[in-house]
Each structure stands twice: as structure tokens, then as C-alpha cells.
Write a protein of this length. Structure first.
Length: 326
């Protein structure tokens, strides 16, 4: 990815990312209370969302039930960081471009076409997707290949619910996601940084893994445009670029689909893109990460965990050399 470095090579935090001591103290207390079990899960969600509602009074709330299987000890990233520091190259390559320019994305009348090796190809609208399965809240870590991470309470359900409904046939081995590419709505398409549209893909067993989320919201509300409204996937054990935003097409295929970042730089971004602290990016180490919001000058980086800490996916890769198939 396009990583900008300061001339002196030192990465400096934004002023807004330096946490005042009171905030740090209250966070520490929060973690302690969490460890003692004195904060209930719903309170956790409430704390995460309070700021969200304050920020966007017009945003639409989604009725969800928290899935207790996917709760983390990590404090959710502040809403303003999760929605203000983004990669969504269709709106520009700077981290603040998506929040500034994604307002032009029209998310009403949105449909997703399901095609390819399925018995029941169909076009589903967002209302249909919202009703397809009960909406759950799941708190996932997201690790960007660039070396930063966030903790986001998503709203959605396992992609496997949708996969069941469309009935893949015996030829289906992979699944391809295509993002909207519409120049009038997306100023970043004027730049040749990627081959548009943004495409991503998963092996079918990865797509069916319960962790793979079809996300329709975050922080209890519909997805903000800059986070991939109105529908995206979230694959938490893979680098963030696998989690395609603003999806308009899902295609089931026999052959491994091409993917946007692999096309742009095959030596840097593989098809699998599993988070792996043991395999460095050719231009930087992947062994640690900075958690957005806690990365003050004095905060140590966190160790990156194999599969981003989601060890339950290990068996999907039995017998594969994950150094070669990065
Ligand atoms: N369509 C599209 N999807 C995308 C991207 C993009 O540029 N375009 N960036 C990816 C990258 S690199 C990351 S890290 C995540 C960021 O998701 P977030 O902004 O919701 O945290 O989105 C991924 N999905
Ligand atoms: Mo990323």
C-alpha cells in the first residue's frame, strides 16, 4: 500500500491520537472492571455507541443481539477513529479522504447480484439482506496490512447464511466480491492506483467459516459510507484489504478469482493474506502493530498474533505452506 513516511523515518502520532491521562486512567479502570465482570456486555456496547449517536444524530439504528462468542477484552476503537481513519481508495488514498468524500455515495436502492456457480442466482436488496438472518453484534479486531489495527463492533451475520440460501453447486470453489465502481460517486476512481472495480475473493470454505461476517452496520447503526455502506464483508483473520466494502456483486467460481491488490503488487499482496507475524511484507515487518487510538508516542506497539488471534481457522490451512501462500 502507499505508505508515507516522515523524512526522518519516525512515525509520529497525530495530536488527536495522544491520549490524555484522564482518558487513559478511565480506560484502565474500564479494563479492570471488564476483567472483574462488573461491566455487562450491553454496557460495553453502550459505551462504544454513545459517542456514535452524538456524532451522527441522523444515522439509523439497527436492532441487534450481541453474539457472546465474539466479544473481546480489547476496548472498542472510538467511533470517530473508526469512521475518520479509513482505507477506501475509491474515495482517495489519504486516510481522511473517505470521511471527507464518501458523502457522495448513494446507498438507497442498492442491490447485490449473486451469480455464478449457484442453483439460485438472484438479486437481493438491502432490506432483503437485513431480513435474511438475525442481525448480531460482533466485536472483531481488524488488522490492516499497513501495520495498524482497530477493534470494531460490527452488525451483521455469518456470510454462510447467505451462501446457504443461494445453494452453491458442485463447481463452486471460490467466491468473488465486487465493489461498486461509479465515477460520479467515487472521486478516487480517477486515479489509476488500482484496477477498478475493487475485487476480492475467498476460498469457499473460508467464506463459509462462521467468523466471516456479512456486515450491514457498526456501533449499532447502519454502516457509515466510509466504512463500506450499505454492505461489506469482514474477514477478521486476514489483512483488512480482504474485507471488501460497498459490495454490488458476489460471484461463485471454479477458479481462484483475481483480486485488486494482488493484481497491483503480486509480490506484496497474496490471495490468502492471512495475518501472519512470521511473514514480513517485502517493505516492512508484520510482527507488531499500532492500535489506532492508543498509539501515543509513549505507547508500545502490540504484538501481532497469528491469524490476528483467530486460531480457530488454523485447520482451514492444514498442509499449506503459509510462507509461500501468503
Ligand atoms: N472497496 C474497497 N474496500 C476496501 C478497501 C478499499 O480501498 N476499497 N480498503 C481495504 C483496507 S486496506 C482496509 S484496512 C479496510 C478498512 O476498513 P475500515 O475503513 O472499515 O476500517 O477496508 C478494506 N476494504
Ligand atoms: Mo488495509
Amino acid at each position: 500500500m502507499l505508505i508515507k513516511q516522515n523524512p526522518n523515518g519516525v512515525e509520529r502520532p497525530f495530536a488527536s491520537e495522544i491520549t490524555p491521562r484522564e482518558v487513559f486512567e478511565s480506560r484502565r479502570q474500564f479494563i479492570q472492571q471488564l476483567a472483574l465482570g462488573t461491566i455487562a456486555g450491553s454496557a460495553l456496547l453502550e459505551m462504544a455507541t454513545r459517542e456514535a449517536f452524538a456524532q451522527s444524530a441522523s444515522s439509523q439504528k439497527l436492532a441487534t443481539k450481541r453474539n457472546a462468542t465474539y466479544v473481546l477484552m480489547d476496548k472498542p476503537t472510538d467511533y470517530k477513529d473508526a469512521t475518520g481513519y479509513n482505507n477506501f481508495y475509491e474515495f482517495g488514498t489519504d486516510k481522511t479522504d473517505p470521511v471527507r468524500y464518501a458523502g457522495s455515495l448513494r446507498t438507497s436502492q442498492w442491490t447485490v447480484a449473486i451469480e455464478g456457480e449457484v442453483n439460485k442466482p438472484q438479486v437481493i436488496d438491502i432490506d432483503g439482506l437485513r431480513k435474511l438472518a438475525p442481525l448480531e453484534e460482533r466485536i472483531y479486531r481488524l488488522r490492516c496490512v499497513e501495520g495498524w489495527s482497530m477493534v470494531i463492533p460490527w452488525v451483521g451475520y455469518s456470510l454462510s447464511e447467505l451462501i446457504k440460501k443461494v445453494e452453491p453447486n458442485g463447481n463452486a470453489r471460490y467466491i468473488e466480491f465486487t465493489t461498486l465502481a461509479d465515477k460520479p460517486q467515487m472521486p478516487g476512481l480517477g486515479s489509476p492506483v488500482l484496477d477498478w472495480p475493487y475485487v476480492e475473493g475467498l476460498r469457499l470454505d473460508e467464506a463459509k467459516h462462521p467468523l466471516t461476517l456479512l456486515a450491514l452496520g457498526m456501533y449499532g447503526e447502519v454502516l457509515p459510507n466510509q466504512n463500506g455502506a450499505p454492505v461489506r464483508v469482514v474477514v477478521p483473520w486476514k489483512y483488512g484489504f480482504k474485507s471488501a466494502k460497498s459490495i454490488v456483486k458476489i460471484r461463485f467460481t471454479r477458479d481462484q478469482p483475481k483480486t485488486a491488490w494482488n493484481l497491483a503488487a503480486p509480490g506484496e499482496y497474496g490471495f490468502y493474506a492471512n495475518v501472519n507475524p512470521g511473514v514480513d511484507h517485502p517493505r516492512w515487518s508484520q510482527s507488531s502493530e499500532r492500535r489506532i487510538g492508543e498509539d501515543s508516542f509513549f505507547t508500545r506497539k502490540r504484538k501481532t498474533l497469528m491469524f490476528n488471534g483467530y486460531g480457530e481457522v488454523t485447520s482451514l490451512y492444514a498442509g499449506m505452506d503459509l510462507r509461500k501462500l501468503y
